[in-house]
Design a protein around this ligand. Sequence first.
Ligand code: C2E
Ligand code: CA
Length: 656
Amino acid sequence: MYPLTFFSSLFGIEKDNHELCLTQYKSVTAHAPLVYMSLMLAVIGLAYVNMNNASAAVTIVMPLLLVLVDLIAFHSFMIQRDLNLSSYRSSVVRRLHVTVWSALALGVIHGGWVIILLAQGDAATQNLTVIIFSLSSLGAAICLLQLPVAAIALSVSAMSPLSLFLWFSGEPGHQISALAIAISTAVGAFAINRYGKDYSRMVMKQREVGAKKSEAEQISRLNRIMAHQDSLTGLANRRAFLSNINAQVADAQKGLMDGLSVGILDLDGFKLVNDVYGHPAGDRLLKSAGRRLTDLFYSRVFVARLGGDEFGIAVSGKRSQEELRALGERICSAMRVPFDLDGRSVHLGGSVGFARWTEVGDTAEILFERADYALYHTKESSRGAVTIFNDQHAARLREITVVDRQLHDADFDKEMSLMFQPIVSLGQQKTVGLEVLARWNSPALGIVTPDVFICSAERLGIINRLTASLLEKALRDAETWPDDLFMSFNLSMQDITSTAAVLKLVSIINSSGFDPKRITLEVPETAVMNNYERALDSLTLLKNLGVNIALDDFGTGYSSLAYVRTLPLDKLKLDRSFVVDLVRDAAARAVAGSMIEMCRSLNVDCIVEGVETGEQVRILNKLGCEIIQGYYCSRPLSAHDARAFVRSERQKKQAG
Ligand code: C2E
Ligand code: CA
């Protein structure tokens, strides 16, 4: 056993409990002046009281020496008290030991001197000496209560010689005093010991409370950070972004800032990365995209991740349209640089929408909504580019609000009607199917095209109800068609992302009695891309019913071949954007040709949409296209006209 450990255990000093030792040492240091003062006063008082009875050596020389010892001990104690003890555990313990030894020594020295005094004094001074010394020793011991072993050492070492002397004096009075002193010293030592234990428990409790408090503080600090930080990229999150633009708008309203622009960046093709390379790879890509974005700006631009593959950009200060566009283009170019995913180079793009703070009435919510609309506009019209919210967009946004309000209260059965557009086989030279296209005859707005009201129904969350109503209507009409015509019906994204909605479609088809093999359900490519796994489940469920599945507007949603192959598809509808340049652009012809070839290799029917001219038909024929749809064959027709169209076509064919 090391000496330090031995003495610590002997003295009841909990040397492994640094907090307790430190607290004890601080308390002892604080009370040390009182201990020494009480001892020195006792020495002076006792010397004075015994002046007439005892020799000069005992009442002058010895007291002077004792006071000198007290002063030296006090001084050496005090010069060390300011040293930094918190980090030196062993030095604190050592000093506590020194304190205990000092208390013991002081008790012995002072007690010894008092015995000499008692030996030379008369009965009256002896009584006074016992009282003065007992009280001052008790006072000194009380000052050392926080270090019980020192308090006990002082009182026992000072009182024991005294009570022994009185006991062995042989006088009954003195012997009673000796017993009283011995008993009260023992009881005092016991009480001090108990107090010491309670004290150390209290210090430990305080330490626990302190630790819990600091843990709670740390947790609440972490919560505060997490509430405002995106855990994946380390950027500010949506909440922090909104509160930042709120604060900036408030400054702009007060004239403290001369402008603010809010931008939203959406990564084009990110969903595909998640589906093809997995979510961990997608996460890594989002981190790099976040870094690229922050690296582009130095100051006055606040960047956040809003969620998914969307980032927010708040640009402080007045910026012209040109400056903002240039900034947006820098962002888009940065996102076009291939990303490195474990050695694979992944190509993405970025679409940006910006809205500028223009009027005092503009709130942060309005700005954000406009930026979102501008982004939506970019995604719709020119992916990978920048759109800055303008007056036309504002007018369009107002229209949307009106449409939303009217559609919300619309009676679908009464106000919705259907048009039918022929789908024609070039090989058979006849209409093989009819695509159902919805129209809304709103009492307030007149005829509204599906481009407008389908989006509105999706926004309002009533698309499933609308689809169900349209499908029932379409199936009723299709009952009257020739048996060899199929019905092609459009679904929206939300129709295939909810199981309840898919089951509703299944039940409508089942109860209609219409042959499911004569139904083709068209799902937009973007709908599948946005939620591939759910879409796959839904399409598989529908496919098991016997219906055909067509991927609509193919070529607009960043699909890859690998991805398309895994879907249970029967048909691909090539978007009309592939047809537009067919006549004058050889590259467009090559792309359309390879798409048609791809369908063949995947063993799915290829339907080319938006065919308007005979020249286009001639080229498509050459490229091996089998089925077309478009104004060249027929515009969308009413139910009655569609039936007449098919009938007359067949009559002509029979006649020919
Ligand atoms: P879509 O599925 O691509 O339908 C074809 C759209 O292109 C139709 O517009 C049609 O009128 C138009 N079109 C057909 N041939 C040509 C052509 O040669 N040239 C040009 N420029 N356009 C042509 P419509 O009827 O306005 O429908 C627009 C979109 O609305 C549809 O695009 C479809 O995605 C959606 N939609 C229509 N009806 C429904 C429906 O009942 N439910 C859902 N969810 N969506 C529908
Ligand atoms: Ca369609």
